[in-house]
Design a protein around this ligand. Sequence first.
Ligand code: SME
Length: 158
Amino acid sequence: MAEDLKINQGTKIENYKTLIPQIVALIDGEPDLIANLANIAASLKEQFGWLWVGFYLVKEQELVLGPFQGPVACTRIKKGRGVCGTSWQQAKTLIVPDVEKFPGHIACSSLSRSEIVIPVIRRNEVVAVLDVDSTALDAFDAADKEYLEHTISLIEWH
Ligand code: SME
């Protein structure tokens, strides 16, 4: 497996379409969850240049910081708190076009302006969330929801 990621410079959808097969190749045959989450976060950050891309894992009724790329972040988030805790509670993807307008948003970085959080659901339980932050307002749309949900469906959860 080549460790170099091929970065595409097309439309967002074209970029997802060239990135996702590379993510499949990166995680193929690797059973270690943390290694795979780390490479997924790195691939997304490298292709799209977002401020922060990472996972929070559900551990004993809290979200605990997992593999990520970007500035240091808060370590634990309670259910129902912030965008991540709300996505966990509602078990659905949340797109926040302007974080300042989301009540209870947890500002890990003052540079974050918009955010998308996708829950990872296995056997009807949220086991983690993927959180992506952008320095641009309104950076995420239905295409991000579709392709990021697809990306996390590729992860084998142990
Ligand atoms: N903004 C998130 C917290 C996590 S950081 O952005 C990395 C939230 O409101 O849940």
